[in-house]
Design a protein around this ligand. Sequence first.
Ligand SMILES: Nc1ncnc2c1ncn2[C@@H]1O[C@H](COP(=O)(O)OP(=O)(O)OP(=O)(O)O)[C@@H](O)[C@H]1O
Ligand SMILES: [Mg+2]
Length: 436
Amino acid sequence: MTKGVIRSIREFVVIVRFDDSSPDIGEILIAENAENSILLVETLLPDGTAICLNVRSEQTIQKGMAVVRTGKGIEIPIGPQTIGRIFDALGQPLDGLPSLMDDPNVKTKNIFKLPSHNSNFTPTKPEILETGIKVIDFLSPFVKGRKIGIIGGAGVGKTVLTMELIYNIAKSGAGLSFFTGIGERIREGHELYETLKERDLLKNTCMFFGQMNENPVQRALVGISSVSLAEYFRDEEGKDILFFADNMYRYVQARNELSTILSQIPSEGGYEPTIFSDVKVLQDRLSSSDKGSITAVQTIYVPADDLSDPAVQMIQHELDSTIVLSREVAEQGIRPAVDLLRTSSSLLSPDIVGERHYVLSVQVQALLQKYESLRGIIAIIGENELSPVDRADYAKARKLIEFFSQKMHVTEDLNGETGQSFTREETLAGVEEIIV
Ligand SMILES: Nc1ncnc2c1ncn2[C@@H]1O[C@H](COP(=O)(O)OP(=O)(O)OP(=O)(O)O)[C@@H](O)[C@H]1O
Ligand SMILES: [Mg+2]
């Protein structure tokens, strides 16, 4: 195959010059060093120069070194053997078990190759997936094939809530769950693995990690690798996938770090100029086809608790529902620390959740709005000065807030309190009892 020569190196970015045939974008080049470093072609210049990313960030590549074209992109293993396993962005195992890449019976797939099946397919009949978490099933219901975001600042409970959702859904045996750790703590992913293993739930799960210890190239790739395997299960095995990613903001951040090294001029809010297309590339693939579905749950870190951050807004724009977690609520000891007024869903409509649920949700939102304004009044004049109607509504709202608080299974070891799950029917009946 054709060879190129490394012209310059700047952190993870390697410039390779080809004299005859230039490589394709997304192609893997192999350097002729001891580790056979993998260079991923990111951009091509008109003169045949390839701007590449040093995927494993090995330090032994040097200026003047030869690189060989492979004609291939990043390939990861696919097939039933991947279930219950943990992979990195390159499809290599992180669970100490043998690599599937060396197994002749395992097929592989290029992570950048888009599926040929009709994706962005919306099933005619919406199907609700119960999560067992009252506040979510009531205010931000999971609908098969849709996207849900869990948004909040540092330490407000995004990961705990995600783990609880995976746990509840894996337990219910519905479909196949994917967990993708992007730029977060390594420990958290391993804790999830151990919990699922202990309770024999790995048979419904695949995991990918590109955590904070990894370089930005792998943090930017891991979501794409993971969705690529999810697409295989959706289209080739007709499965319904629940795709969890913690944290989608870290994907944007990784792309941003790469962009800085590539010396691109930042756009709005200090983010990279291609932030919009980078977010779209991943979000568009988190979709359903006529074979199966992907329901995506993504956490989104909010820098400095500022919901107007451009990256946060851009990801939020892609979602059908957003569960907002707030520091103020967490400080009151309410778990999950959901900001009931800011949490919203375009799926709360009578044709999806039914007339009863819809009407209740409108009543609850009105009551919570009223509670917010009454809180301001009470701070000035005191609760005793309220009219009897206002006082009754205020009390109902307080009861609702308490009602939506619930113990999680995944924190049982942490606080010794037994986790709880509720059916949607129990949740609706509970709300009715309070407000009617
Ligand atoms: N539902 C819950 N029940 C009990 N404790 C909780 C709950 N949610 C969060 N916590 C406590 O808050 C801590 C932080 O939660 P978590 O790690 O989920 O936050 P996060 O939003 O993911 O933070 P980061 O932005 O750092 O990733 C947990 O370690 C736990 O102690
Ligand atoms: Mg977290």
